[in-house]
Write a protein that binds this ligand. Structure first.
Ligand code: PGA
Length: 219
């Protein structure tokens, strides 16, 4: 049974998810996490930085990374450094990004997986049509995703067209999943993912089958 918690604003949503992360770290200092990039988690990362938590024993796996020749400042590693890692006491040896295809070690059975959802229902870069059994692999991004991502680049031609992404299989192996969606433009797709028919055309819909998953939403 899917659950969607509604929040009155983005700050409250971010602070609710930060509470979950804080509790996880306090109960189990060597917790493992899957972390997203994108605009949605920026408020969460800000809040986590403010809280000065002890990340010294934690391990993180990012969901995805561009693989084209891109300006390093546009990489997701750079995004994570600027928004979180440079401000917390995480051990850099414990920070991971997907590198190898079909890596069966990467990001499996983590304690807490945090996700965003794309406008077309993608999770990480598992675009519509991705198998529910998919593993970590290199993917072509859809036109819609390239267009969505172009807001972060000067020209649409600069937007990478390929990425390496964690598959749906490792994501689903997480012990707990929290998916965040911010803004009215995400409402319809979130609703469809959480309460509609399961379909590989809407990769996030498989999350309905996870027994410890919640989505959080604000307008
Ligand atoms: P956003 O992206 O957080 O920038 O909306 C989410 C996603 O595409 O997964």
């Amino acid at each position: 049974m899917s659950e969607v918690k509604l929040f009155i604003n983005y700050e409250k949503l971010s602070s609710y998810v930060a509470n979950i992360v804080e509790k996880q770290l306090k109960e189990k200092p060597n917790s493992t996490f899957i972390l997203p990039t994108g605009t949605t988690p920026i408020g969460l990362y800000k809040e986590l930085v403010k809280r000065k938590l002890d990340w010294s024993e934690a391990t993180t796996y990012n969901l995805d990374e561009y693989i084209d020749n891109i300006d390093p400042e546009q990489s997701y590693l750079h995004f994570m450094m600027v928004n979180l890692f440079e401000h917390i006491n995480i051990n850099s040896d414990n920070v991971h990004f997907p590198k190898k295809e079909h890596d069966t070690e990467y990001g499996f059975n983590v304690d807490l997986c945090l996700l965003g959802i794309g406008g077309n229902g993608h999770i990480a870069f598992n675009e519509p049509g991705s198998s529910f059994e998919s593993e970590t692999r290199i993917v072509d991004l859809t036109e819609e995703t390239i267009k969505d991502n172009s807001r972060l680049f000067d020209n649409i031609e600069d937007v990478p067209t390929q990425a390496i992404t964690m598959g749906m299989k490792p994501i689903m192996s997480s012990k707990r999943i929290v998916m965040m969606a911010n803004g009215k433009h995400k409402q319809r797709i979130l609703d469809k993912a959480m309460f509609g028919r399961l379909s590989e055309e809407l990769p996030a819909s498989i999350l309905q089958l996870h027994d410890n998953m919640e989505a959080v939403y604000c307008d």
